[in-house]
Ligand binder design. Sequence first.
Ligand SMILES: C[S@@+](CC[C@H](N)C(=O)[O-])C[C@H]1O[C@@H](n2cnc3c(N)ncnc32)[C@H](O)[C@@H]1O
Length: 280
Amino acid sequence: VTAGVGIDSRQEITAAEFAWIKEFLREHTGIELKPGKEPMVMGRLDRRLRHHGLTRYTEYIRRLSEGNDPQEIRLAIDLLTTNETYFFREPAHFQVLRDLLAAMPSRGTQVRVWSAASSSGEEAWTIAMTLADTLAGQRPWEVIGTDISSRVLETAQRGLYPIDAADKIPRPLLQTYCLRGRDEYEGLLTIDPVLRERVRFRHANLLELPNDLGLFDVIFLRNVMIYFGQETKRGLVQRVVGMLRPGGYLIVSHSETLNGISAGLKMVTPSVYRADGADE
Ligand SMILES: C[S@@+](CC[C@H](N)C(=O)[O-])C[C@H]1O[C@@H](n2cnc3c(N)ncnc32)[C@H](O)[C@@H]1O
């Protein structure tokens, strides 16, 4: 029998080890792991233990805590975040976006929209299709997508998705803004260069937002606050409100609520909030 690191030799995560990972994730990302998530943590970190030839979580934790391996910290965060997303998720929001744009006074400035937890980019590209279609060359626009996970940002930037993703995209937009991959891209859908030149992705942690993102007309902050505690949510909403242009809009998921933390915002419809504006 070889003395390799086999599946059988790896241990279950202990309560203390789980508690450490939970605090590590909360501190770096704001994500609060619920009790009972031990199997999820093991399932996601297992490959890193295997990669390093480790059998115990304690050994892996030592690696993360020594502070001299920022790359490993990034990888662990990449694995521990939940990145589920798809094109036209909660489609009503994109009709709302059309309506807001139609009602928005043209300040002669570029319309700026932020996908603040963009994951692999489907939300940002959906926004881009909606803006391109609505503004139809009449006003300049740009979309910024940010996320804490570098891995999903690479996918977002590439703009290549399995062809099945097309099922979620309304036909006319699919035909205008997406291309069917050929040869080495067979089976994939790619985003038209017309959109690519107006969409940028960059790394940003919602807990420590860079101060050079600028101000936005609309911010999508969807399906990320569900992982945060109330205080983290409150701080985040405050910072995000500060990044809205006067009268700008914040859109959260229908499953999220800003009850008690919507300072400086008025609810327009459930999940859509407006910042105080100069022209009210
Ligand atoms: C479930 S996805 C939501 C994607 C998209 N907004 C949607 O609604 O479909 C949540 C994303 O939030 C990101 N995330 C979690 N904590 C974050 C943080 N502190 N800063 C930035 N992004 C974070 C995760 O990496 C993940 O890609």
